[in-house]
Design a protein. Structure first.
Length: 245
C-alpha cells in the first residue's frame, strides 16, 4: 500500500496570525511537525500543502516537499485533497500543521489500522484527565461506542456527568480528541464532495461531515500527551516545553 502524510499549513489564523511560521524553541512551528512526521516508519512520503509563499519558502528551506493550494478552501481536509490531485496513494494522513509534539508511533498506529481494511476514516484520542480540559471549548472531546467508533465530538463537556464526584475519574468515558485523521484515498475524494453539515457548522468541527452522512470514524485510544497550538496560551506552554529539547 502507498502511504502519504499531508500537512496542511494555512497562514491566516484569527488568534495566531502566521501560525506555521511562529518561532517555537528556535524553529518554525511547522518544522517541528514535519520532523515529527519524518520519524514515521510507515510513511513513504510527506507533503506540506500551503496557501502562502512565505510558508512554502520556509518549508523548502528545511527540506520539505511543498504544494500551493487555494486560500479559499474551507478546511484542512479540503486542502489535503487538493494537494493529492494527480498523486497516487492508498492511505492519506492529514497531520495538522500545529501539532509540534506529534509522535511517529501514533502516525504509524493510524496507518496500521487503515491497512487492516474495513475502515474509511480514523483518528486518535487520549484519556481526558484534566478537569480544565474537560471544560475548555478549545479542547475537543469525543465519546466512543463499544467498538471504538466515534459517537459524537464536541467542544462542550461530554459526556455529561450526573454525579459530579465521579467526574473524570470514571474510566473509559472522557476522551480528548487528537486532530490527526487518516483516510482511504477513495473516501478522501468523497469527503470533500459532501456539503458542510449542520453540526460541522455549529461546532466548527469538520469530522461531522462524515458522521452526518452516515459514515463511521474509527478512533484509536492512545496515551499521547502532546497538544496542538490553538491559542496564545498553548503557544507559551509549547515554548516552555520545547525550550528544553
Amino acid at each position: 500500500m502507498k502511504r502519504i502524510i499531508v500537512i496542511p499549513a494555512r497562514y491566516a489564523s484569527t488568534r495566531l496570525p502566521g501560525k506555521p511560521l511562529i518561532n517555537v524553541g528556535g524553529k518554525p512551528l511547522l518544522q517541528w511537525v514535519y520532523e515529527g512526521a519524518q520519524r514515521s516508519k510507515l510513511a513513504q512520503s510527506i507533503l506540506i500543502a500551503t496557501d502562502n509563499e512565505k510558508v512554502r519558502n520556509t518549508a523548502l528551506a528545511f527540506g520539505a516537499e511543498t504544494i500551493m493550494t487555494d486560500p479559499a478552501l474551507p478546511s484542512g481536509t479540503d486542502r489535503v485533497c487538493a494537494a493529492m490531485k494527480g498523486r497516487d496513494a492508498d492511505i492519506v494522513i492529514n497531520l495538522q500543521g500545529d501539532e509540534p509534539f506529534v509522535e511517529a508511533s501514533i502516525i504509524d498506529q493510524l496507518f496500521s489500522t487503515m491497512e487492516q481494511g474495513n475502515t474509511e476514516m480514523a483518528t486518535l484520542c487520549c484519556p481526558l484527565t484534566d478537569e480544565r480540559d474537560y471544560k475548555d471549548p478549545n479542547t475537543v472531546k469525543v465519546v466512543l461506542d463499544r467498538f471504538n467508533f466515534a459517537l459524537y465530538f464536541s467542544r462542550s463537556s461530554i459526556p455529561f456527568v450526573k454525579t459530579p464526584d465521579s467526574g473524570l475519574r470514571t474510566p473509559g468515558l472522557s476522551y480528548k480528541h487528537i486532530g490527526i485523521y487518516a483516510f482511504t484515498r477513495q473516501f478522501l475524494d468523497l469527503f470533500v464532495t459532501m456539503p458542510k453539515s449542520p453540526l460541522e457548522e455549529t461546532e466548527s468541527l469538520e469530522q461531522f461531515r462524515a458522521l452526518e452522512n452516515g459514515h463511521k470514524i474509527k478512533v484509536i485510544v492512545t496515551q499521547y500527551k502532546g497538544f496542538g497550538i490553538d491559542t496564545p496560551s498553548d503557544l507559551e506552554r509549547a515554548r516552555a516545553l520545547l525550550a528544553t529539547k
